[in-house]
Design a protein around this ligand. Structure first.
Ligand SMILES: Cc1cc2nc3c(=O)[nH]c(=O)nc-3n(C[C@H](O)[C@H](O)[C@H](O)COP(=O)(O)O)c2cc1C
Length: 321
């Protein structure tokens, strides 16, 4: 049974991954999307995946075989556990660069990239993609894409269960407007029984997660985990049956203890992903306000640990049941 933290630009950076790993020892994490050029320029070049981060998948995007080889070598040296190609991003900037979702209809080229990566690393190569592009719900393109890229050596496909609309829809809207089509992901899974086909998109509760896990053996979640990181506690308890059940206070304390003194120079980045930790509780607003005050003052980030979440007067005032 595999659960994946979806790659999310601006979110699944090293800080959020640190937080996620504290709450969930079992989830498989993805980096944010990294373009080949940015990786080659130095972003992540000296990165070493630390013990706690495993398993960690690096997601890359681009359209040049030689650069894919150079990047695969860097990522292998850094200790990543899998190399994932982003063939699903609908952003105008990415599409203008000739990569992302538009590559669904260029399967021969992507197959070449897979072969190039496979030629220089033993790491598993996977692809994250969508069901298609535009409004057409035909599955012919994506089936051809999966067939050719799997023949080139891609073993794992993470399918965001909707199309990408490349003209006229923002990246953000592309995550909610094209309808979710789980049945079509099922068709892909049945068409390629020898491959690992995992599902992604719109999963926000344990019931659906459990149902989909039973069918796919692997499910990827993005926004639910970012918007409510303590949901991972439920996943650990009810799906992995682990006893890593931590209070929010304990999570915060462990997180702060794992930061480095130099993170005080980077307080906004080090602390911003903590803002949803009390989501759904009566402390949510008070916590966000407190966090904001630490970020925007001279206080050291250690002060985060002093959050007085048990303040009885405050509890009454905000009608905490
Ligand atoms: C802020 C944000 C950034 C994202 N960045 C990436 C990315 O870098 N690479 C990628 O493949 N998908 C990216 N996605 C899409 C997610 O990985 C995921 O496919 C999508 O959010 C659907 O899953 P969910 O409904 O569980 O969030 C991003 C999504 C969000 C919300």
């Amino acid at each position: 049974m595999k659960i994946f933290l979806a790659p999310m630009v601006g979110r699944t950076d090293k800080y959020f991954r640190k937080l996620v790993r504290i709450i969930s020892p079992n989830i498989i994490m993805f980096t944010e999307m990294i373009t080949l050029d940015s990786l080659i320029r130095g972003n992540l070049r000296d990165y070493t995946v630390n013990k706690q981060e495993h398993p960690l998948v690096a997601q890359i995007a681009g359209n040049d075989s030689d650069k894919f080889i150079e990047c695969a070598e860097i990522l292998t040296k850094s200790g990543f556990d899998e190399i994932n190609l982003n063939i699903g991003c609908p952003s105008a900037k990415v599409v203008k660069g000739g990569f992302g979702a538009c590559q669904i209809i260029d399967p021969f080229k992507v197959a070449e990239f897979v072969e190039a990566i496979k030629s220089c690393t033993d790491l598993p190569v996977s692809i994250k993609t969508r069901l298609g592009i535009g409004y057409d719900q035909d599955l012919d393109d994506i089936k051809k894409f999966i067939r050719l890229t799997s023949e080139a050596g891609c073993e794992i496909f993470y399918i965001h269960a909707r199309n990408a609309i490349l003209n006229g829809l923002s990246t953000r809207k592309n995550r909610s407007v094209p309808p979710l089509r789980y049945d079509d992901v099922m068709i892909l899974k049945e068409t390629f029984p020898h491959l690992k086909v995992y599902i992604n998109g719109g999963i926000v509760n344990l019931e659906d997660l459990n149902e989909l896990l039973a069918v796919y053996g692997g499910v990827m979640l993005g926004r639910k985990i970012y918007d409510d990181p303590m949901f991972l506690n439920d996943i650990e308890k009810k799906i992995f049956f682990s006893n890593n059940y931590l209070s929010t206070q304990k999570v915060i304390s462990r997180y702060i203890d794992q930061l480095e003194p130099e993170d005080n120079q980077n307080k906004l980045f080090a602390l911003r992903h903590l803002s949803n930790l009390y989501k759904g509780t009566c402390y949510a607003k008070k916590w966000r306000k407190y966090l904001h005050s630490v970020i925007n003052s001279d206080q050291p980030l250690q002060n985060i640990k002093n959050f007085d979440y048990r303040d009885k007067n405050e509890e009454r005032k905000i009608n905490c049941s």
